[in-house]
Write a protein that binds this ligand. Structure first.
Ligand SMILES: [Fe+2]
Ligand SMILES: [Fe+2]
Length: 259
């Protein structure tokens, strides 16, 4: 775009499997991601960037990352990825970069800085931001006080309700917010993981969670995460030159992903 901000698409929680014949919760996660990518390709105006916020693979196998890459290559915009709890750190780092797909700490463009955090803890479902991640965030923001900032991670740092109720999957949200509070240029915090929509605010910072490209969670028996009726979705964000964030979810028609 333009020198007046950035058009961004967020896609999250693909949960791809290495075996093309396998399903997850009876969903062909490859087909749903393919359908989402076709919708993103049809966006007009086209996005400047695509952000993929973790759980790109369900099984953490190289074969599933190869299937992710094959689909992401269909996007015309550069794609920036961060890992989720289902991703294998080594295979993610080895397999994802290249062919227009990036794994990076930050991206600065058109008056905005986008910072990517790794909130994963090996072997754990829930997340935590290690001291090194928090320091890197603090340094990145301190280095670019003149840019508006959007910070991205996988795990949710505030309660999102729905099937998650009051549970927060990031173990140390106060540490994250202490860093953000030192940098007034931060405009938004964006995550995946919850398979659920959420929008809120903390002071001047927009808080946004985006549903999955495969299935969404609903309250299940005994506090479990059941599969809800909502279709795949993604988020569109227009990051304005004044720091404003205009955003909306785009839900797919369920027919678009039926065999
Ligand atoms: Fe997920
Ligand atoms: Fe997750």
């Amino acid at each position: 775009m333009s020198e007046d901000g950035l058009r961004v698409i967020q896609i999250s929680d693909f949960h791809l499997l290495a075996d093309a014949g396998e399903r997850l919760r009876e969903v062909d996660t490859h087909a749903t991601l393919a359908a989402v990518i076709e919708r993103v390709r049809a966006e007009s105006p086209a996005p400047d960037l695509v952000l993929a916020t973790g759980d790109l693979s369900q099984d953490g196998l190289l074969g599933s990352y190869r299937r992710v890459k094959t689909l992401l290559r269909r996007l015309d915009a550069p794609t920036y990825c961060l890992p989720g709890n289902h991703d294998d750190a080594a295979r993610f780092a080895a397999a994802m970069p290249g062919d227009g797909v990036h794994v990076a700490r930050e991206l600065c463009r058109n008056g905005w800085q986008i910072v990517f955090l790794d909130s994963t803890v090996p072997g754990e479902e829930d997340g935590r931001l290690a001291d090194g991640e928090l320091d890197a965030l603090d340094r990145a923001l301190a280095a670019r006080p003149g840019l508006h900032a959007l910070v991205c991670l996988h795990h949710h740092p505030v309660a999102v309700g729905g099937a998650w109720g009051d549970f927060v999957s990031l173990a140390n949200p106060d540490d994250l917010f202490a860093v953000l509070d030192r940098h007034p240029q931060v405009r938004g915090l964006l995550w995946g993981h919850v398979h659920h929509p959420f929008e809120g605010a903390r002071g001047a910072v927009r808080l946004m969670a985006t549903p999955s490209t495969c299935f969404q969670f609903a309250p299940g028996p005994g506090g479990s995460l059941a599969t809800g009726p909502e279709p795949p979705a993604y988020r569109r964000l227009a990051l304005g030159p004044d720091g404003a964030i205009d955003t909306e979810l785009r839900w797919l028609d369920r027919l678009a992903v039926s065999p």
